[in-house]
Design a protein around this ligand. Structure first.
Ligand SMILES: Nc1ncnc2c1ncn2[C@@H]1O[C@H](COP(=O)(O)OP(=O)(O)OP(=O)(O)O)[C@@H](O)[C@H]1O
Ligand SMILES: [Mg+2]
Length: 252
């Protein structure tokens, strides 16, 4: 028997397990709070509902402090399994909010809910909180969760002054923490023209500084709660990489 008969099954099993863990989940994170994580998440869900209506979807806000993205999700999507396992009323970072409210942060609960969604649905979108460096507990950041839970991750970058530096810093943290960063999405948080947008978030410069592909831009939406506009806003995103491309990335 050739050595490849031994190597191949191990190689396949290892990669297939990673594939099973990850193939159905995308973590949507950003360089900061209020940069468009919810906009990208709702756009992707609206796209799936419109064009891939047979897919059963799970949607999770990893953790919420202050007013919830959860409410908007429930308002927009009726046939999606939506869950926010942990939320605090106080609008500050979770470990601080937990202390103020005399609560513990039970990450096991979040993990359990994620596993439930993964076992019951075809694809799961998870919106993170804040930026990659945002603390989830007193010891762990969003980057640590993305890495240790092996979540394929996309980074939302707002089209505004300062975006280049924020992107470089967040990608450096992602790399340090071994996050599986699939790409960067630019998001036009204000009305802008193409020239201004290219000056504030220059695609080639950001790609050469970070070595991470830019997978498209979400335009400024006049009505960000209109499901058709949200679905159409994904038209220049590389959905192959964001939703459909997992098996190929993990098995090659
Ligand atoms: N492309 C866009 N077009 C129009 N409005 C936008 C766009 N992107 C973001 N906004 C608006 O900017 C605000 C912040 O966006 P969003 O809620 O998506 O950010 P976030 O990163 O999810 O914030 P948080 O960290 O609080 O979860 C919202 O009021 C949203 O409607
Ligand atoms: Mg949000």
């Amino acid at each position: 028997m050739s050595i490849f008969n031994y190597i191949y099954p191990c190689w396949f099993r290892k990669n297939f397990i990673i594939y099973l863990d990850c193939m159905k989940t995308l973590l949507i994170t950003g360089v900061d709070t209020e940069v468009g994580k919810t906009i990208l998440t709702t756009s992707l869900v609206a796209y799936c509902q419109k064009y891939l209506s047979s897919l059963s979807l799970g949607l999770m806000k990893l953790m919420q402090t202050g007013l919830g993205d959860d409410e908007l999700y429930h308002q927009l999507f009726q046939n999606v399994d939506i869950v926010t396992p942990i939320s605090f009323k106080t609008p500050v970072a979770p470990p601080i909010a937990a202390t103020i409210e005399g609560q513990d942060i039970n990450l096991g609960l979040v993990w359990q809910e994620l596993n439930r969604l993964q076992s019951q649905h075809d694809f799961i979108f998870v919106e993170a909180l804040g930026g990659l460096g945002t603390p989830v507990t007193a010891e762990l950041t969003v980057a640590d969760i993305a890495s240790s839970w092996r979540l394929p991750t996309v980074l939302v970058v707002p089209v505004k002054l300062g975006a280049i530096g924020q992107t470089v810093a967040n990608v450096a943290l992602a790399r340090y923490s071994k996050v599986n960063l699939k790409g960067i999405i630019f998001n036009c948080i204000d009305p802008t023209n193409q020239e201004n947008s290219a000056n504030l978030t220059p695609k080639d410069l950001i790609q050469s500084l970070t070595n991470v592909p830019v997978l498209g831009t979400i335009p400024y939406l006049i009505n960000p709660t209109n499901l058709d506009s949200l679905a159409e806003s994904t038209s220049n995103l590389d959905l192959e990489q964001l939703i459909f491309g997992y098996k190929w990335n993990y098995l090659v």
